[in-house]
Write a protein that binds this ligand. Structure first.
Ligand code: ATP
Length: 310
């Protein structure tokens, strides 16, 4: 379990994370979604004790990271690719990590096995690792202490389709084992494939916190597609809808009606005796819904003060 309470981080004049209160629960993959610069990495860094909150709290299993006696046993993280020294092998990296955290060395072979890295791959120096192997190694490191909580920051960035599939399957398995799994991404399409629940950030603020299915269902219908065999009757229907305040755009074989509902268009067509062959609500794509949710922060990211330095 990860608990954020009023979590706030300011860097000079930039509020990277703004009064964030949310609970990330076990047994689920929680997608942490937001455009670049929304504050996802900063939030994860505060959970891991790498950045100190300006205000509020970030708790792992009810405790501040800095008070955990054996943090590797409580929370594992993949923050950036691997952190493996270019000249050091993956297995040497994991052994050093295990030693300095009081994890028995036999666990190294176990985690390599879990992430599907064989001895040959694990024996390569950091500089010879592909991005996909580097991610697996990073996740192996996160799993060394078999922690109940895992944070993965943009784990699929730059991976090939096989690597992406592997990460998706693996995060699912970790959640099914009852762990708390928080996975960040700036891509709605990615989260759609991975997450049970979404926590959406925009400009450091909580924009949504709901099951994925609920967010999908809550998307408003952007417009209604209407087709019929009688152009004149359809045009009359369009005029009535426009008079009610809808925006009607004629297109081939029919029209598109925004600012009304399929129910209203259908009722009116019935009342006017207009034959219809199609009446289809057209929902915006999830990507569009996401952009809408985070529109403020997108503007912010594109604005003159958006691209601050780390
Ligand atoms: N150490 C720092 N010093 C100053 N500003 C920072 C620092 N770290 C982050 N920021 C700023 O805080 C804001 C949030 O950044 P953060 O990296 O947390 O966002 P993000 O959602 O993880 O985006 P990305 O996917 O691009 O990493 C940005 O405006 C960023 O420039």
């Amino acid at each position: 379990m990860i608990t954020l309470r009023g979590l706030t981080k300011r860097f000079g004049g930039v509020t990277a994370v703004d009064d964030l209160t949310v609970e990330i629960r076990p047994g689920q993959v929680t997608g942490f979604l937001g455009p670049n610069g929304a504050g996802k990495s900063t939030t994860m860094r505060m959970v891991l004790g790498l950045d100190r909150p300006t205000a509020g709290q970030a708790l792992v299993n009810g405790r501040d990271y800095r008070t955990l006696r054996h943090p590797l046993y409580e929370v594992g993280a993949l923050l950036d690719a691997t952190g493996v020294h270019p000249a050091r092998s993956g297995v040497a990296h994991l052994r050093a990590m295990a030693r300095s955290n009081g994890v028995p060395e036999r666990r190294v072979a176990q985690v390599l096995d879990l992430v599907g890295l064989d001895a040959r791959a694990a024996g390569k120096p950091g500089r010879a690792l592909s991005l996909g192997m580097g991610q697996r190694l990073g996740i192996a490191g996160a799993l060394l202490g078999d922690p109940p909580v895992l944070l993965l920051d943009e784990p699929v960035n730059g991976l090939d389709p096989d690597g992406v599939r592997w990460i998706r399957g693996f995060t699912r398995r970790l959640a099914d084992e009852g762990r708390t799994v928080l996975v960040s991404s700036h891509l709605m399409s990615e989260m759609q494939q991975t997450a049970d629940r979404l926590v959406v950030l925009g400009r450091g603020r909580l924009v949504a916190d709901a099951p994925l299915a609920e967010l999908i269902a809550a998307r408003p219908a952007a417009s209604v597609r209407v087709r019929g065999p009688e152009p004149a009757a359809l045009a009359a229907l369009g005029d009535r809808l426009a008079a009610e305040g809808a925006t009607v755009t004629a297109d081939e074989g029919g029209m598109s009606v925004a600012g009304s509902t399929a129910g209203r268009v259908g009722d009116l067509a019935h009342e006017m005796g207009v034959r219809l062959h199609e009446l289809t609500p057209v929902a915006p794509s999830l990507e569009e819904a996401f952009l809408e949710l985070t529109a403020d922060s997108v503007e912010y990211a594109a604005g003159p003060t958006g691209g601050g330095t780390r």
